[in-house]
Design a protein around this ligand. Structure first.
Ligand SMILES: CC(C)(COP(=O)(O)OP(=O)(O)OC[C@H]1O[C@@H](n2cnc3c(N)ncnc32)[C@H](O)[C@@H]1OP(=O)(O)O)[C@@H](O)C(=O)NCCC(=O)NCCS
Length: 196
């Protein structure tokens, strides 16, 4: 747990940081029973996909440099991440059918999976991950960034484990505002990020 003495730092997921990412995924049983953070990638997860296949597919994206993902470190331990990418790189968002009924046009970027190791939750890990992802997006030209978080206000308290796409508060911190609802508790939110 981050005790305030060691600030959180961030690095991108690359072949060099793959062992750090693998360690936190393996410590969490592959995440959601073995998705290996593949759900938003073009291959997706679910029927026809094995845990080992998901791991290999993720590793292949890292080798091919077709993944953009910020890892957060507490000291030298990877404790969470935020994936981001162009819509074509991350086509498999939740509630896709409802999403596609919208007419606001595609964003330039989207935030995919956010995950924090359970022992490190509610200590600012996801906030650090999203902040770093937005900095990368700014350095890559900026534009409209979309995320698909869960409403937590006016709703019984939710454990972090159920907030698959992050809580809305995580994105409000970075000036994302609601565009429209795509599920009972899930919203499309957008922010405009200026190029740096
Ligand atoms: C959702 C999740 C990413 C949040 O990560 P975190 O590191 O605990 O979040 P942070 O500490 O950075 O908090 C950021 C903001 O979100 C809010 N938040 C965090 N957990 C929350 C919860 N359970 N309910 C409501 N708000 C919450 C915080 O209050 C904070 O806002 P604030 O600064 O205004 O108070 C984490 O609980 C998680 O990993 N859950 C599982 C997600 C998952 O399954 N990912 C794989 C998807 S396929």
């Amino acid at each position: 747990m981050n005790d305030g003495y060691m600030p959180l730092t961030t690095r991108l997921l690359t072949l060099e940081t793959w062992p750090d990412f693998s360690a936190v995924v393996e410590a969490n049983n592959g995440v959601w029973g073995g998705c290996w953070c593949m759900a938003f990638h073009p291959e997706g997860v679910g029927p026809g996909h094995s845990v080992e296949g998901n791991r290999e597919a993720k590793r292949q994206h890292v080798e091919n440099r077709t993944v953009r993902q910020v890892l957060v470190y507490d000291d030298d331990i990877c404790v969470g991440w935020c994936q981001f990418g162009r819509p074509v790189e991350l086509p498999n968002i939740k509630n896709l059918r409802t999403y596609e009924k919208g007419d606001e046009g595609p964003p330039d970027w989207r935030i995919g999976c956010v995950f924090t190791n359970p022992k490190h939750r509610e200590t600012g890990v996801a906030a650090a991950a999203v902040a770093a992802a937005l900095e990368h997006i700014a350095s890559l030209g900026g534009g409209i960034v979309e995320a698909y978080p869960e409403q937590t206000e006016d709703r019984p308290e939710q454990r972090g484990a159920y907030l698959h796409t992050g809580p809305e508060a995580l994105f409000e911190k970075y000036n994302f505002t609601r565009v429209r609802k795509i599920a009972k508790w899930r919203w499309v939110v957008r922010a405009h990020i200026t190029a740096t």
